[in-house]
Write a protein that binds this ligand. Structure first.
Ligand SMILES: Nc1ncnc2c1ncn2[C@@H]1O[C@H](COP(=O)(O)OP(=O)(O)OP(=O)(O)O)[C@@H](O)[C@H]1O
Length: 746
């Protein structure tokens, strides 16, 4: 029995191998017999042991050297090399030999001659013993015969011995052959043993390797198991996380449902609010309209320029008192004495800047976007600041630019509910002719394309062929305004002179669409910088200039007539009396609103012109202030003002309410969006984790399957190579079915 004590975890035992006791005298030789027969067999084998055939080096390790003993033969063949030859016996002695050999006696009986029996020993050369033939000879003869008899008996005994020897020899030969065979078989056995030992050694080596490999597998398996355990733990934690997320998701869904219902409610509220907003807007529009109506559809602002450097240098004195300008009043003085009081919708003294002026102008922009036609024009004596108020400078932009800027601001504010398109045309009315200032190369004096005013529908007039520049931002607006302004300047040898004698008109066309109701509006905003309004008598011009002045006068007086007719609600309004009024027809009558800037000079020298302008403005305003009328008007005005203020406050509070509601809706929307995003992210994360887990599981399974397949393969190979190893096979890692569930991750 051969045992291999293998290191943990497995013990591999190889049964069926010969047992090699360590106490055996043969060292690594196997014990061929069982222990009960051991001594007996040893006896037998010792008898035939081959001392001489085992090399001395080998015999030294043998504890008990067998010796050949032939007791009967009494001969040791220690010097004989061949076992066969060691048992070679001498041939049987012949009679002659007996005579030759010393110890043997040759007895010759010479009975014939002298009766003397001679017993001679020829070998030693001694002379034969001659026995005397006397009486004593008889005794001797008797002895001799006795000797002969003994000799014969000895001879017989010898022959018998010889026979026995022969027998023994044969037996010896037989035994010798047996011994030889035994030796041979022993040698074969020894060789077999050696071979087996070597095989066992190689097997042990292989097993050791296998054990090492196996321990490696086991360690890798342990690693895998540990990894699997970690993965399992991770999976558990992930599952927990996922369940938490799911829980959270459910909560979120519940919250989402709640939010959704709140949204629905809010949407309903929003819709209601929208309707209310529309109603409010409509109401606001109506109210605003009413306010303007109450204030007067035609509003008049008075603006006085500051004294210029020359005037100051010349020591000119101020002819206007602006003490009550906040109430819209101004007083004209002459030689320091009070002369007349004028009241307008607003009065801007020399200190008022462009922004102050525009603050009161801005509501007209709202009216334009609400679908009303609006006309803003500047009227006044040359050099009083009409162009400054309307166009302004790059650093102090005027009403034109600021109104358009305001339009875009309101459009942006309303972009969720309204969609607007804006285009701008710039034209000039000079000597009762219309000139398009956006057409390049159109210069005064040069016969330009004749532009006429056409009525397209009831209350709608149009100038066919007029360039309309579409603008979508203030930058583009500025570009267009500059182009028009440059065209106006380039068209004259003396820009200032020309600008004084022509009316510069900007027409802003607004197309609006209410996305909620689908209502469309088309409105126009006229921004007019009128020609100087000085009296012909004062200018004392003749010829072409006179014609110009007359035309200016005509158009301005036509404007005055139109405004007067409108103010007095006359059934006939003479719009067609001049190109200017004809053009502005849409924006001066009906529901349209008009704003007139009456520009005045503070210089006392210009007083008569100033009073003329103020008179015209007062006519336009429709109210000529006088001390008595003032109070009455004031009482009425206070009453209306209070009404207007109340309406304004109501509108403001409504606007505030709507804004608040919109803000709440906006924040709720944002919250819902944020939650939705969070939900989405969480779901994505869960999916990602689940897919990751699946992949890791798959990989672990694949790895384990590969290892098992490898082990099976190796096991099969081992079984093929070493069929006598069932115990090893039985101690293999085992089939996949034997594996614990946690390893497979089932
Ligand atoms: N409110 C003001 N503040 C400062 N400067 C002003 C003001 N109004 C007018 N001016 C200056 O007075 C001068 C004449 O103004 P502007 O050309 O606008 O007058 P106008 O009435 O348009 O003249 P015209 O009829 O000849 O076109 C300009 O140099 C302008 O800068």
């Amino acid at each position: 029995m051969l045992g291999f004590s293998l290191t943990s975890p497995d013990l591999v035992i190889c049964a069926g191998s010969p047992d090699i006791p360590s106490s055996s005298g043969f060292g690594d030789s196997p014990v061929l017999f069982d222990k009960s027969n051991y001594s007996q067999n040893l006896e037998q084998s010792i008898e035939l042991s081959l001392e001489n055939c085992i090399p001395e080096s080998e015999t030294k390790v043998i504890s008990r050297t067998p010796v050949v003993r032939f007791s009967t033969v009494c001969q040791t063949f220690s010097q004989v090399s061949s076992p066969e030859s060691s048992f070679e016996l001498p041939p049987p002695p012949m009679s002659e030999d007996l005579e030759m050999q010393g110890p043997l006696l040759a007895v010759q009986t010479d009975s014939g001659s002298n009766g003397v029996t001679t017993i001679g020993a020829e070998t030693d050369g001694a002379a034969g013993l001659d026995l005397p033939e006397d009486d004593g000879g008889c005794e001797f003869e008797g002895e001799l015969q006795e000797l002969v008899r003994s000799y014969k008996s000895q001879k017989k005994e010898l022959s018998e011995t010889r026979k026995a020897m022969e027998e023994l020899k044969r037996e010896n030969q037989l035994k010798s052959r047996e011994c030889q065979e035994a030796w041979k078989s022993l040698q074969e056995l020894q060789n077999e043993l050696m071979r087996k030992s070597m095989h066992v050694g190689s097997l042990a080596f292989a097993i050791e390797g296998q054990v090492k490999e196996k321990s490696k597998w086991f360690s890798s398996l342990r690693d895998l198991t540990r990894k699997l355990k970690i993965l399992k733990l991770e999976q558990i934690s992930l599952s927990e996380e996922a369940s938490t997320y799911r829980k959270c998701l459910k909560e979120m869904q519940v919250a989402g449902c709640t939010i959704q219902s709140t949204i629905d409610q809010q949407t309903k509220v929003h819709e209601d609010l929208k309707i209310k907003l529309l109603e409010g807007a409509k109401q606001r529009k109506e109210l605003y309209n009413k306010v303007l109506e109450l204030k007067g559809n035609i509003r008049v602002f008075c603006r006085c320029r500051p004294l210029n450097v020359e005037e100051i240098a010349a020591g000119a004195s101020m002819a206007i008192d602006f003490e009550s300008s906040n109430e819209g009043e101004l007083t004209v003085k002459s030689n320091g004495a009070f002369r007349r009081n004028f009241k307008f919708d607003a009065v801007f003294g020399p200190q008022a800047d462009q922004a102050d002026v525009f603050e009161d102008t801005a509501p007209f922009a709202t009216s334009v976007l609400d679908g009303y036609n609006v006309c803003i024009f500047a009227y006044g004596q040359t050099g009083t600041g009409k162009t400054y108020t309307m166009e302004g400078t790059k650093t102090a932009r005027g009403v034109n630019y600021r109104t358009l800027e305001e339009l875009f601001r309101i459009i942006k504010e309303r972009q969720q509910l309204f969609h607007y398109e804006i285009s701008v045309s710039v034209l000039e009315v000079y000597n009762e002719q219309i000139r398009d200032l956006l057409v390049p190369g159109n210069q005064p004096g040069v016969p330009a394309k004749r532009l006429e005013i056409r009525q397209v529908s009831e209350g709608m007039h149009h100038v066919p062929g007029l360039v309309e520049a579409h603008v979508s931002n203030t930058h583009e607006v500025w570009e267009v305004l500059q182009t028009g302004s440059n065209a106006r300047a380039v068209g004259s040898t003396n820009a200032n002179e020309h600008s004084s004698r022509s009316h510069c008109i900007h027409c802003v066309m607004v197309k609006g669409e209410n996305s909620l109701t689908g209502e469309c509006t088309r409105s126009k905003l006229w921004l007019v910088d009128l020609a100087g309004s000085e009296r012909i008598a004062k200018t004392e011009v003749q010829g072409e200039r006179l014609k110009e002045a007359q035309n200016i006068n005509r158009s301005l007086s036509a404007l005055g007539d139109v405004i007067s007719a409108l103010a007095t609600k006359s059934p006939h309004v003479p719009f067609r009396n001049s190109k200017l009024t004809h053009l502005l027809q849409d924006s001066l009558g009906g529901d349209s609103k008009a704003l007139m800037f009456v520009q005045i000079s503070p210089n006392e020298n210009d007083l008569s012109e100033t009073i003329c302008s103020l008179n015209f403005a007062s006519r336009v305003k429709g109210v000529e202030l006088g001390p008595a009328k003032k109070q009455l008007d004031a009482a009425e005005f206070v009453k209306y003002k209070q009404m207007v203020e109340k309406t304004k406050q109501d509108m403001k509070s409504k606007d505030l309410q709507i804004k608040k509601m919109e803000e709440t809706l906006y924040w709720q929307d944002a919250k819902i969006k944020e939650r939705d995003l969070k939900n989405k992210n969480l779901q994505e994360k869960i999916k990602e984790l689940e897919s990751q887990l699946l992949v890791e599981r798959k990989l672990a399974r694949q790895h384990v399957d590969t290892k098992i397949a490898e082990q099976h393969h190796l096991k099969q190979q081992e079984e093929q190579n070493l069929p006598t190893r069932p115990p090893l096979a039985s101690r293999q890692v085992g089939s996949r079915e034997d594996w614990p569930e946690n390893v497979l991750g089932k």
